[in-house]
Design a protein around this ligand. Structure first.
Ligand code: UD1
Length: 336
């Protein structure tokens, strides 16, 4: 049985990916520093799959701790989620973001080089495209100068991996996520935003639950059909499955280059107002919202052309926006 290290494995996307890895027959070791999640997620994963992943609370910025981990554990691949991800915060704490998101990456790749570990999957983001000139966005779209420090850590991260993969023969895939939402159908794992959510869906579900007074819709003067911005929302379980598909591609040596990247989205663009309407249908509740000005740094529209990912990964999304919103709402109702 192949053993896979999942860093950030107790986070939102990480936990769903651990479940899918276990379902696919992989043995999982999780590293998480619990900075943005809780240890309960581990028990909830075990409740879903009946299998206990090996867990280590390690801060990947501490090089010696990373080395000690690899001295004791052999793995056949790494899926690296552990990173800071708040766009606004990244502008105020650039050095913390560069340290956490890049030093950990370098330390992991150094261990892979030194111990001849192959197969690396990296959490990247569609933010690397900025406002693309053409929609839907294909992998051929140019990477634009990042608007945020967070986005820059993803761009630099991809460059580091590409250089390391060429020099040291580490096969790697970066998955450029669009907007992951939703929760596992068991409603045992989901998104756990700390404090006031910055992303749309957790803000929507918290507003419907009465935790927030109203949702601010950031801008209705975009050049779109209803004036609100368009994004590509992908169910987190579909996204999790893309990681297993990417890992299989590397393990089966089906990759065409040592470093590849793929767009992981649903392929469908939805406006903020469309999301609100779909959520009202899924929850059966009207949502309290008001239109306010645009949020700084936001782009008009981003949605994926998934043709290349569908073919290369032999993967496609299976769940609809309605299902994703329904699961996000059920998850919200379970929170105290
Ligand atoms: C954001 C990040 C992106 C990151 C992604 C991770 C920015 C500019 N981009 O994407 O780099 O990879 O999260 O999930 O922050 N909206 C509202 N009201 C709200 C919240 C959001 O109207 O209270 C709108 C936004 O203007 C946007 C859409 O909802 O049009 C989605 O926003 P969000 O969930 O924050 O995702 P992105 O901005 O696409």
């Amino acid at each position: 049985m192949k053993k896979i290290l999942v860093t950030g494995g107790l986070g939102f996307i990480g936990s769903h990916t651990v479940v899918e890895l276990q379902n696919a027959g992989f043995e999982v070791i999780i590293i998480d520093d619990l900075s943005n999640t809780t240890i309960n997620v581990l028990d909830n994963i075990i409740e879903i799959t009946g299998k206990k992943p090996d867990f280590h609370q390690i801060d990947l910025r501490i090089k010696n701790d990373v080395k000690n981990f690899f001295d004791k554990h052999q793995v056949d691949g790494i899926i690296h989620f552990a990173a800071f991800k708040a766009v606004g915060e990244s502008m105020h704490k650039p050095l913390d973001y560069y340290e956490n998101n890049l030093s950990a990456l370098v330390y992991l790749l150094q261990e892979m080089r030194d111990r001849k570990i192959d197969n690396f999957i990296f959490s990247s983001s569609c933010t690397v495209y900025g406002q693309a000139d053409e929609l839907p966005i294909t992998e051929k779209a140019p990477v634009k100068k990042a608007e945020s420090v967070y986005g820059n850590t993803k761009q630099i991260g991809e460059e580091i991996i590409e250089d390391a993969s060429k020099a040291h023969g580490i096969n790697a895939i970066a998955l450029r996520y669009f907007n992951p939402i939703g929760a596992h159908e068991s409603v045992k794992i989901g998104e756990l935003p700390l404090g006031v959510p910055q992303n749309l869906i957790p803000f929507v579900t918290q507003t419907a639950a009465g935790i927030r007074k109203e949702l601010s819709v950031f801008g209705d003067d975009y050049p779109t059909s209803d004036g609100t911005a368009i994004r590509d929302y992908i169910h987190v379980v579909d996204l999790a499955k893309a990681h297993i598909a990417a890992l299989q591609r590397l393990i089966n040596k089906n990759n065409k280059k040592s470093f590849e990247f793929f767009n992981v989205g649903s392929g469908t663009g939805s406006s903020v107002l469309e999301v609100i309407k779909a959520f009202e249908k899924a929850s059966g509740k009207p949502l309290n919202y008001k239109i306010v000005g645009r949020r700084e740094g936001d782009i008009t529209a981003a949605y994926a052309d998934t043709t290349i990912a569908n073919k290369a990964l032999n993967w496609k999304t299976e769940k609809s926006l309605d299902e994703a919103l329904d699961s996000a709402w059920k998850w919200q109702l379970k929170q105290k």
